[in-house]
Design a protein around this ligand. Structure first.
Ligand code: ZN
Length: 387
């Protein structure tokens, strides 16, 4: 007999869902867990195991009677037909890993944008994530969630937002906190290690106090030094590698920052004003030999609120092609300046792809260009052997 596939429930997501009865009520209710459990049994079979994983923060949000009921559930999950109950500080990565390791479905209405890279199966097998609908008679049905593959820049942005929110309590969507992200900060507290080592300003992000102010890890209020420049990051990958789930470019081998007003040359061999894509410390693809010594220059310029990226082909031997979001491709004329956005790609010599990342906020450390050495000198491999 074939073993029944199980499920693991995103407890906080289900309990808070106003799409489950009582529909429209925005309050965490334990009953909703039993509704999805029953729907699961009806649709996938009574014997299929169901596990529960929740965020610790949910425990404090429940009504006292639900809290007591959950306590009993944790002591004896089998009595209610669950095979496991776990509460952790941050549940998403825990139940996604569990689902991967045990081949289970996930019951959640979350789209897990920020976890697509860590758990590529989400995009490979989206039918394993189940959301729900409730009909007019309060009948709950599970159905495949609306997960579709996302472009890399959307995933990068989601990962960064999550990192800032959870690690630094900074919310990039919050207007006052954007001011914190857009400034340089310095700690002047006596005896603080950060103040001692970085008198010219923090390399990383400040933390936000409960009052919404920028504070150092030592607890002192930080001094605002001035505005932070606008930076974007660019991703270099093997153009012949297929796209992976999670918006990852397969064969990605370098990321580099460019700030507004700056330009960076891309090429091969030791470059005075540029990045050596064939440097020994990079896992460059063999096709990098088709990149010219000075192939392309990428710049970032101020254009209203959002900066605009431009590229110029420096008369390279194998040329540069711009691939637009629509799939339209066009060869860039030597010396021609082309504007490109997060949905476009530049392909150098049919071999190496460059795109802009979705990351919007950069620490001082992240605005430093990578330190690349020699390697990759020698003549450019011209033409295309069709291999
Ligand atoms: Zn400090």
């Amino acid at each position: 007999m074939r073993k029944r596939p199980g499920a693991v429930v995103d407890v906080s997501n289900v309990c808070w869902s106003k799409g489950l009865p009582p529909v429209g009520r925005k309050f965490p209710l334990l009953d909703r867990l039993f509704l999805v459990r029953d729907a699961w049994r009806e649709q996938y079979g009574a014997g299929a195991p169901v596990g529960l994983v929740g965020d610790n923060s949910l425990l404090r949000s429940l009504l006292p009677e639900d809290r007591a009921r959950l306590q009993r559930l944790r002591q004896d999950p089998g009595a209610e037909g669950f095979d496991e109950v776990r509460f952790v500080p941050y549940a998403d990565p825990v139940f996604l890993r569990l689902a991967r390791e045990r081949g289970r479905h996930v019951i959640s209405s979350d789209l897990f944008t920020d976890l697509r890279r860590a758990e590529p199966w989400i995009e490979e097998q989206p039918q394993r994530v189940l959301a729900w609908s409730t009909d007019a008679d309060d009948r709950v049905r599970l159905r495949p969630s609306a997960i579709v593959p996302l472009p890399a820049h959307r995933v990068s942005k989601a990962i960064q937002v999550k990192d800032l929110k959870y690690l630094r309590l900074l919310d990039p969507d919050h207007r006052d906190q954007q001011q914190i992200l857009r400034s340089h900060w310095r700690c002047t507290a006596i005896g603080c290690d950060t103040a001692l080592h970085w008198p010219d300003g923090l390399l990383g992000w400040p933390t936000v106090s409960s009052g919404g102010r920028a504070v150092c890890d030592c607890g002192s209020l930080l001094e605002r030094l001035g505005p932070r420049g606008v930076t974007r990051s660019f991703v270099v990958s093997d153009a012949t590698a297929p796209d992976l789930p999670g918006g990852l470019s397969a064969g990605e081998f370098l990321r580099f920052p460019v700030s507004v007003g700056d330009a960076v040359q891309l090429g091969r061999g030791a470059l005075r004003h540029g990045l050596n894509l064939a440097a020994k410390e990079l896992p460059s693809p063999p096709g990098v030999k088709r990149v010219s010594r000075a192939h392309l220059v990428v710049s970032l310029e101020r254009a209203g609120d959002t900066p605009q990226a431009y590229a110029v082909d420096l008369g390279s031997g194998n040329g540069t092609v711009v691939v637009r979001e629509s799939g339209a491709t066009r060869r860039v004329e030597p010396g021609e300046r082309v504007a490109f956005g997060v949905d476009d790609r530049l392909v150098l010599g049919d071999a190496v792809a460059v795109r802009m990342s979705g990351q919007l906020h950069f620490t001082a450390e992240q605005t430093l260009p990578p330190d690349l050495g020699a390697g990759g000198e020698g003549t450019t491999l011209l033409g295309w052997d069709g291999a």
